[in-house]
Design a protein around this ligand. Structure first.
Ligand SMILES: Nc1nc2c(ncn2[C@@H]2O[C@H](COP(=O)(O)OP(=O)(O)OP(=O)(O)O)[C@@H](O)[C@H]2O)c(=O)[nH]1
Length: 220
């Protein structure tokens, strides 16, 4: 269904190791949409199986209203062949690590490489996310080294917390603005057989009823 007044749909995936907080970040973002009732406190999220889908409308700074289709992928290795099949149709990726889990930070290059290997280097906008920034005492990845990694991979970096609702909207606004900018500058182009960016028409033209076939010669 066309979303009211929307021009584009952007597909964005969250990738990163198991338990870094991808589902929590996404749920926090989707629950924060204007007009959404205050959510009930959620039970602990279960590990994601394969890929789960969310969406939220967003008014971009540059003007257009977009629908973000958000794909929450399982971080566990055993789902990798399922999640990998989704990389081809995304225009944005949040690469998420947990600031208290050094291994999840060290694996960011592998996640990045997986997407590049599928999509090529020029079709995806990345944003590096250091998540669980509320856990100050157990942090083991500094903002500075994460910034350096992000710069070396040609992307921006941001820290978030689903628990404190810190920078959650900002992270999604930032990646959506960057996608919009890349589209305007022609760095990313819409293609028929690619689902990363889709044009959504404001009003759907009702389909013409099927044409009545003129009655053929009687077969009996
Ligand atoms: N302190 C803190 N804990 C968090 C935050 N976000 C998520 N968590 C906790 O981290 C654990 C894993 O969260 P999930 O959202 O399930 O992680 P995930 O990356 O989606 O995991 P997979 O689906 O297995 O890939 C849960 O116990 C969450 O409550 C946060 O911002 N701060």
């Amino acid at each position: 269904m066309a979303a009211g007044g929307c021009r584009y749909q952007f597909r964005i995936a969250l990738l990163g190791d198991a338990a870094v907080g991808k589902t929590s970040l996404l749920r926090r973002y989707v629950a924060g949409a204007p007009g959404t009732p205050e959510p009930e406190p959620e039970p602990e999220p279960a590990p994601t199986v394969g890929v789960e889908f969310y969406s939220r409308m967003l008014q971009l700074r540059a003007g257009p209203r977009v629908k973000l289709q958000l794909w929450d992928t399982a971080g566990h290795e055993r789902f990798r062949c399922i999640t990998r099949s989704f990389y081809r149709n995304v225009v944005g990726v949040l690469l998420v690590f947990d600031v208290t889990n050094r291994k999840s930070f060290e694996h960011i290059c592998d996640w990045h490489q997986e997407v590049i290997a599928t999509q090529g280097p020029d079709k995806v906008i990345f944003l590096l996310i250091g998540h669980k920034s509320d856990l100050r005492s157990t942090r083991c990845v500094s903002a500075q080294e994460a910034e350096e990694l992000a710069a070396s991979l040609g992307m921006a970096f941001m820290e978030t917390s689903a628990k404190n609702n810190c920078n959650v909207d900002l992270a999604f606004n930032t990646i959506a603005d960057s996608i919009q900018q890349a589209l305007e500058q022609g760095d990313i182009k819409m293609e028929e057989d690619w689902g990363g960016v889709r044009l959504i028409h404001k009003t759907q033209v009702p389909r013409a009823p099927p044409r009545q076939q003129p009655p053929g010669p009687c077969q009996c």
